[in-house]
Design a protein around this ligand. Structure first.
Ligand code: GLA
Length: 381
């Protein structure tokens, strides 16, 4: 080879390396989505697990059964990544154990409807009564037990999963065919966002949420987590857990989380509402000027430094302290969930709204589009 040829070969090889490098760096996994099988339902429908992750170590696992967030991994202030949600290791757990709605999409109506009855357009509807004579979280076969159709979605700064489910007319007693969509997206800014939408072919009611349980420490109970709820008022409940219709000030009560307060600071007080709820299991009326996405709640876990902010377009949030967990569930990694092992912040319209004309309406009519957004924003401090 003469000098010129050698130079040419060198140049070509160098150029090749450059190309390879450019290729590798452009596919650097800033955001990733992985798909894998997660078992089959009792009706032999296959279920998939989609794992969304970003380069900061935030990872969310979502299955097509119930749109359940089966895993949420977050770094602490030192960068140590831990599981911060409650759930089961396998689909069997969700199928067999009558799951307390761990991580699930809830519909058609999140929370309770008193006596499972409501009237719309001069007609009374009777819903499945699955909780002491009331309708809870969509009934016996709610959206948490449906297999959703999944489509991967990618944006410039996000990766996501679009889930679709068509609920037939009359399902669990609800009028109208409801076409529901929930899009989960994980962003480069450590936000897990859920955009819910729905349309109907007959007048109906709808109220969608997600029932994720969080424990930002990764184990133990959540009593030392410090919580702020951006709400001056809440909706008190009857002994049957149904809102009385009153909208009450939180001032001077253990429901006042307007300033960051440890969840456990007042939970055992002899307060009528806490006694009725077995702890916190109430709807807060969020302070808001309009229905734009705004801060509903902020939780910080002092030991790990993990912070969760919940933003929503919804008028309310159900704060629930895992009061019904009793140590009988063996969850992720064999962890036993004792009472107060996790908390939920379920963004929503108020419980039993169809029976309280003074609450914001949950009615959806043909031609209208139901559209709400909730963002879980993760950080450390
Ligand atoms: C909601 C309800 C609670 C309970 C949990 C799941 O938060 O308000 O009463 O049903 O779901 O156990």
């Amino acid at each position: 080879m003469n000098k010129l040829n050698r130079l040419l070969v060198l140049l070509l090889v160098g150029f090749g390396f450059l190309l390879l490098f450019a290729q590798v760096s452009s596919t650097a996994p800033e955001l990733q989505i992985r798909k894998q099988p997660f078992g089959t339902t009792n009706e032999k429908k296959p279920v998939e697990l989609y794992t969304l992750s970003n380069k900061n170590g935030v990872e969310a696992g979502i299955i097509t059964y119930g749109g359940i967030v089966v895993s949420l991994k977050l770094p602490d202030r030192k960068g140590t990544v831990r599981e911060v949600t409650l759930g089961y290791d396998s689909l069997d757990g969700y199928l067999k154990n009558n799951s307390p709605y761990f991580g699930a999409l809830i519909g058609r109506y999140a929370n309770r409807i008193g006596n499972g009855r409501f009237s719309l357009g001069g007609r009374e509807y009777r819903l499945a009564t699955n909780s002491n004579g009331s309708h809870l979280h969509g009934g016996n076969q709610g959206f948490d037990k449906a297999v959703w159709k999944a489509t991967e979605v990618r944006g410039p700064k996000s990766v996501g999963l679009k889930l679709d489910y068509v609920s037939p007319d009359g399902e669990e007693g609800y009028p109208g065919t409801l076409s529901a969509t929930a899009v989960y997206t994980l962003t480069t800014d450590n936000e897990l966002r859920i955009d819910y939408s729905a349309t109907t072919d007959r007048d109906t009611i709808v109220n969608l949420t997600n029932h994720a349980y969080f424990n930002l420490a990764g184990d133990g109970n959540i009593l030392k987590h410090r919580l702020m709820i951006n709400a001056d008022r809440f909706t008190p409940i009857s002994e049957a857990f149904i809102p009385t219709g009153e909208v009450r000030s939180v001032k001077g009560t253990p429901m006042d989380f307007t300033k960051p307060t440890a969840i456990g600071a007042r939970i055992n007080q002899k307060d009528e509402q806490l006694i009725r709820g077995n702890g916190y299991d109430h709807n807060w009326v969020l302070n808001r000027k309009d229905n734009k996405l705004s801060l509903a709640a902020r939780v910080e876990e002092p030991t790990s430094g993990r912070v969760l902010e919940v933003l929503t377009t919804e008028p309310g949030v159900q704060f629930y302290t895992g009061n019904f967990l009793d140590g009988t569930i063996k969850g992720i990694g064999g962890k036993v969930y004792q009472q107060r092992a996790g908390f939920c912040l379920e963004t929503q319209h108020f419980p039993d709204s169809p029976n309280h004309p003074n609450f914001p309406s949950t009615v959806l009519k043909p031609g209208q589009k139901y559209a709400t957004t909730t963002v879980y924003k993760f950080s450390v401090q």
